[in-house]
Design a protein around this ligand. Sequence first.
Ligand code: F6P
Length: 362
Amino acid sequence: MTSKKRIGILTSGGDCAGLNATIRAVVHAATEKGWEVIGIEDGTAGLIDRPMRYKNLTKQMFDTTVMRLGGTILGTTNKGNPFQFPMPDGTLKDRSDEIVAGLKELGIEALIGIGGDGSMAILRKLSDNGKRFNLVCIPKTIDNDVGNTESSVGFDTALYVATEALDRLQPTAASHDRVMILEVMGRDAGNIALSTGIAGGADVILLPEITYSLDKVADKIKRVREEEGRNFALVVVSEAAKTAEGEGLKVEHHGGEKRYGGIGHYLGERLAAKTGCETRVTVLGHVQRGSSPIPSDRVLAAAFGVHAVDLVQQGKFDRMVAWSNRRVIDVPIEEAIASYQAVDVNGPLVHTARLLGICLGD
Ligand code: F6P
């Protein structure tokens, strides 16, 4: 081990665009300040395995290509909560002590965790609210549902990808006189759906936050044809929007794990029957996560990464970096986790959608 002080960094939870740009910013700023950076692999899983899985991250490794890449060079996981870690014999074991011991063994003085609200909650619990190790978090998620920050790394790129999908669906919808339904991700928050629908000129946006009526959606589609003289319609639906019966649709994956899915096809069948229109469904899925980050995500990643290192340098821990009023600030991790940020049904974007004539189904 060298005599330099060490920062650990990991990515945790679902990946998104901009993670590598964030890691790169941390490595550059930390090196500038004389720290060594240890990249832990696959979230906290890299600290559970023995030998531990990690790599020394140097500025030289982050040439100009890495910041442009999607995914995360460190790997990540949205499974394996260390407090209930699945063991090969099928039991669940609390492996939190092994993680804390791993950080100590590596001589890490502060950990920078890049994650969404779930990952941040786990990291904070692992640190015993900052008592067991020093923690700084950087918010990332395509869902943009982390509180106390206007934006999280990855959201803008997901929005760009989803809007581009609508741009591509519009001409084929017009050519074939069809209703096109685009199902987007976002978990329990409709942030991607709402912004995509506004940016991509949707006629209908359906969100988990607003209860809709199938008849009202069908009426809107009929009005587009009969009153506006348009032969096609674009519908954006959030994966967590409920059925007319109030049920969230999920798909069971191998191992019994359930994830949102199915609402697009549910709507497609029913709207075709109610309107008589030919309807097609596109489920955008992980395409929203895998892209090269767009410029605004790169700028956010850079500013967040640098500020996180500033916090470590100042000895200011248990904080999350955040974007507010065109500046990077930092807030207590606890408060950010507690103020989950779904769509504000009385907020400016819902108002904007309504005044643009977009049907929200209510
Ligand atoms: O939280 C990010 C996210 O992409 C959600 O929008 C989506 O519901 C979920 O992760 C998908 O998870 P997985 O990658 O496990 O399919």
